[in-house]
Design a protein around this ligand. Structure first.
Ligand SMILES: Cc1ncc(COP(=O)(O)O)c(C=O)c1O
Length: 473
């Protein structure tokens, strides 16, 4: 296979090799079973070190795009996990921008699982559907929000007030309704923020390992994404690239490792942003579920300069299908955020916004959170206990006190071995995500991410028993 790769004018060489091979694969230029060039040969052809090529290949292996066969080389995998995202061959007259071919339409929830430890889903069986239905139905009367004309791009005023009040009590955030823009989830919040703060070619720093959907959004907008390592205290601020215009962080509960950004690191990050005239985006996606430890102040509260944009979502605290989140932005960004929202899709559905305002104002939200927090805490504790009891030497839980998932490192194993464990577990009805999938510039470490939103408390023991058996082959 004559694989064309061009590194002219590129900086992140390993990342570029990775992206171009992934693009070739998704466009169908490379097919299942095709060999990749030997790393030594490709390195010579591109005038880069062999390590650079190996880093790109390792990442493709970690994500399941390619596989190695001992003595034979590296090949495109037979079950490339992106078939759904592959564009069908089209006449060349209307070609999409190449960037889109590199973005797979992954659906980690595509398959059913008996024991579901996948991340990202809350327990929908605990959601008060009846109340929500009543509130939505109320807005779908001729006098309700559903009958109103187009609304304010910044969002329904009642909901913005309710969110500001909720943040003041739950997160000690000093904010008003004017600071709040309602969005269709975190993903749209990040799109609006990137549009108003960045230009194509700008560098953006993200946590590595980190949250893929936001990283791919930045890539699609033409930004250069740089992965910054994470240790036991969160983002390694000293490793931030000098040219980054924006730093995207998950300080309450780093995704996926689960550590909290320590107070000294928070202060160092804000200091770094001040010195480099950069923006910080704080993604506080699951802090409602804190069940231990003392909460650390949000970056937004520590920030005296208006450099932090705070992003929240109702995807975990309510339902991901609602697609509601919000941005709390410093005053100088307000007009631009509304204008960006206006030109993209105007606003979030008004019946949903109005119903959510009442859900918050009438106390349903606080009651719901109190209830699910206790359930999630019990699941978290059970998983930690079983990991300590049955997985000694195999998996070490990363300490965390919030959220809907915990991560366990596998100090004695390689990412490849863990991938085999996850595959064997899947064969036995257990869905669990490998940490290696979340690598940005470097392959993620060996380990597993264990979500407990989707699994019933009573199923955890059997699920982990099966996972433990998968370690034995
Ligand atoms: C780090 C992170 N941010 C945000 C979200 C939620 O995104 P959205 O609000 O677009 O549903 C998730 C969901 O898994 C997440 O892991």
């Amino acid at each position: 296979v004559d694989l064309h790769i061009s590194l002219v004018g590129r900086r992140d060489l390993a990342g570029e090799i990775y992206r171009q091979i992934r693009g070739a694969l998704l466009e169908g230029r490379l097919r299942s079973g095709d060999p990749l060039p030997p790393s030594r040969e490709l390195a010579r052809r591109l005038s880069v070190s062999r390590t650079t090529v190996m880093v790109a290949y390792d990442r493709l292996i970690g994500e399941g795009f390619v596989a190695t066969r001992v003595g034979a080389g590296t090949f495109v995998a037979h079950d490339v996990p992106t078939a759904a995202g592959r564009p069908s061959p089209a006449p060349p007259t209307l070609a999409a921008q190449p960037v889109w071919a590199g973005i797979p339409l992954l659906n980690v929830y595509a398959d059913e699982a008996d024991y579901d430890f996948r991340t990202g889903m809350p327990d929908v069986s605990l959601f008060p559907f009846q109340t929500w239905r009543r509130l939505i139905a109320h807005e779908l009367r001729p006098e309700g929000a559903g009958a109103q004309p187009y609304g304010d791009p910044a969002g329904h005023l009642g909901l913005r007030h309710a969110i500001a009040r909720h943040l003041a009590t739950s997160r000690d955030l000093v904010t008003t309704a004017e600071d709040v823009t309602v969005t269709n989830g975190t993903q749209q919040a990040m799109d609006l923020i990137a549009r108003v703060l960045l230009a194509p070619g700008d560098e953006v720093a993200v946590e590595d390992p980190g949250y893929g959907p936001v990283m791919r959004l930045f890539e699609s907008l033409g930004m250069r994404v740089r992965g910054v390592p994470v240790d036991g205290e969160g983002l390694v601020v000293d490793a931030l690239p000098d040219r980054a215009r924006l730093v995207y962080v998950t300080p309450s509960h780093q995704f996926p490792l689960g550590v909290a950004l320590s107070l000294p690191r928070r202060i160092a990050l804000l200091d770094w942003a001040r010195r480099h005239d950069a923006a910080v985006v704080e993604d506080d996606y699951d802090s409602e579920f804190r069940h231990g430890g003392r909460p650390i102040e949000p970056l937004q509260t520590l920030d005296g300069e208006g450099r932090v944009v705070y992003v929240g979502t109702f995807s975990k605290s309510m339902l991901p299908s609602l697609r509601v989140g919000f941005v709390v932005a410093p005053a100088p960004l307000r007009h631009a955020l509304s204008a960006a929202r206006y030109v993209t899709d105007w606003h979030t559905a008004l019946p949903t916004q109005a119903a959510l305002a009442r859900f918050l104002d009438e106390g349903w939200f606080v009651r719901h959170i109190r209830r699910v927090r206790a359930v999630y805490e019990e699941r978290h504790r059970r998983i930690v206990d079983l990991l300590a009891r049955d997985f000694a030497g195999l998996l070490d839980a990363v300490p965390s006190v919030t959220g809907l998932h915990l991560t366990a490192l596998a100090p004695g194993a390689s990412p490849k071995e863990i991938a085999a464990v996850a595959d064997r577990a899947a064969g036995d009805g257990v869905a669990v995500q490998r940490l290696a999938w979340f690598g940005v510039e470097r392959p993620g470490p060996a380990g597993l991410v264990l979500g407990y939103g989707a699994i019933a408390t009573g199923d955890i023991d059997e699920g982990l028993l099966r996972l433990r058996a998968a370690f034995d082959g």
